[in-house]
Ligand binder design. Structure first.
Ligand SMILES: Cc1cc2nc3c(=O)[nH]c(=O)nc-3n(C[C@H](O)[C@H](O)[C@H](O)COP(=O)(O)OP(=O)(O)OC[C@H]3O[C@@H](n4cnc5c(N)ncnc54)[C@H](O)[C@@H]3O)c2cc1C
Length: 387
């Protein structure tokens, strides 16, 4: 029989993160957001709670949990705030995970303990200024072997966690040759502060304003040959796997935001009155909230399904794309409806729903746009765009 009930361990984690988000994140995150400031204190506390080590085994410094537990933490954080949730998502699913999955013992020993503890963050540099969806076709960054060194040239755009004071390394995807006329792509770990590697200023963003996103430039940047992650030429397969898993995490974050909209509105409609009655008595408000709850619940089931398949070792490509598409739609729709229910106050930054509204849009863009998710699902249905 299928059961989507949480086991005791997952339920305890869910409760712990829910309490943390309410007591530690909610009271202060609005100020960080307005100042566009990275919340180091909160991230350190998330580290102490073990959130950055959740899906990794204890022998590499992790908590011995699973990917489902990690997604559960993202869901509960995003019910309150997406900036800290995306910092965790990118730090784990894009930063530490490639090193765990594809790294040598020496690379794991060097990087993972501090990443699992949340003392350091790593980033994943795939997207380039000239193209994100069209990778590898649009990739221009190159890495050439020069004796015992990779020499990297090029640039990356929109890279999360790449410029914080605690960022230790970026996994950079680069063209390392050609085979059968196609670019051969490899992953290379570039330590923060390497000569020839420049981190740009923080972007001015519509949302996720308390998270770190930057453009990166590489100019004859030399890193040791042993910083190659996995086999040379396996970068394409590696990032497809990383993005499939990452999409489940983004779906969990999106479902959390969708649920957070319901949470905020349920409180508000019992406090605000119009025409002599609390808003909760009007059927149009009730129907809006019913639709919002239905979307949040559907989004949650979609990521539960995809994450459960991942943990069971089953194929996830279609389930992950469906979860990401469904949940990011739910987040966007719920954020729009929540803002409407709050009326003018929904347009004021001091209210969480305004933050949700600003944070929701990027969920339809990052780690594969909604169009890319539809392309994946269509391909999984046996339809190819062969021009
Ligand atoms: C805040 C933020 C954080 C990010 N963090 C990271 C990170 O940590 N690491 C990283 O590598 N990247 C990161 N990204 C990049 C993100 O993954 C890309 O923005 C995304 O993949 C889309 O790529 P693009 O912006 O180049 O858009 P484009 O690929 O230029 O797409 C533009 C539009 O065209 C559509 N489109 C493209 N191709 C097709 C097609 N064949 N058919 C139909 N429509 C199509 C797209 O869906 C989109 O609507 C981040 C982005 C943001 C905004």
């Amino acid at each position: 029989m299928i059961s989507f009930s949480l086991n005791d361990e997952h339920e305890a984690l869910r409760q712990t993160v829910q309490d943390f988000a309410r007591d530690v994140v909610a009271p202060v995150i609005g100020d960080f957001y307005e100042r566009g400031e990275f919340p180091y204190e909160i991230i350190a506390k998330m580290g102490k709670l073990g959130l950055f080590g959740l899906p990794f085994p204890e022998d590499v410094g992790g908590m011995g949990g699973d990917f489902f537990a990690f997604c559960l933490a993202l869901h509960e954080l995003a019910r309150v705030d997406s900036s800290v949730a995306i910092t965790l998502e990118a730090g784990v699913a894009l930063g530490a995970m490639p090193i765990y999955l594809f790294g040598t013992d020496a690379q794991r020993e060097r990087w993972l303990p501090a990443l699992c503890a949340g003392d350091r963050l790593a980033a994943f540099g795939l997207t380039e200024p000239g193209g994100g969806s069209d990778i590898p076709g649009g990739m221009r960054t190159t890495a050439q072997l020069d004796g015992d060194w990779w020499v990297i040239n090029g640039s990356k755009a929109f890279i999360t966690n790449s410029g914080t004071a605690i960022t230790s390394a970026i996994t950079v995807l680069a063209i390392t040759g050609r085979s059968d006329g196609r670019p051969q792509i490899s992953s290379i770990i570039v330590p923060a502060g390497t000569k020839g590697f420049t981190v740009g200023p923080e972007y001015s963003k519509v949302g996720w304003c308390a998270s770190d996103t930057r453009e990166l430039a590489f100019s004859d940047c030399r890193v040791p040959a042993q910083n190659l992650l996995g086999e040379q030429g396996r970068g394409y397969a590696q990032f497809l796997q990383i993005l499939d898993e990452g999409r489940i995490a983004i779906a969990a974050l999106s479902a959390g935001l969708a649920q957070g909209c319901v949470d905020e509105c349920l409180r508000y409609v019992g406090q605000r009155s119009a025409f002599g009655h609390e808003l909760r008595h009007y059927q149009s408000i009730q129907f809006k909230l019913a639709d919002m709850e239905a979307r949040a619940a559907t989004a949650r089931l979609a990521w539960y399904d995809a994450a459960a398949r991942l943990v069971a070792g089953e194929p996830i490509k279609k389930a992950a794309a469906i979860a990401k598409l469904t949940a990011s739609n739910a987040a966007m729709d719920n954020a729009r409806d929540a803002t409407q229910i709050f009326g003018g106050y929904g347009f004021m930054n001091e209210f969480p729903v305004a933050r949700f509204y600003r944070d929701a849009k990027v969920l339809e863009i990052g780690e594969g746009t909604s169009e890319v998710q539809r392309m994946i699902i269509a391909r999984e249905l046996g339809m190819n765009a062969d021009f």
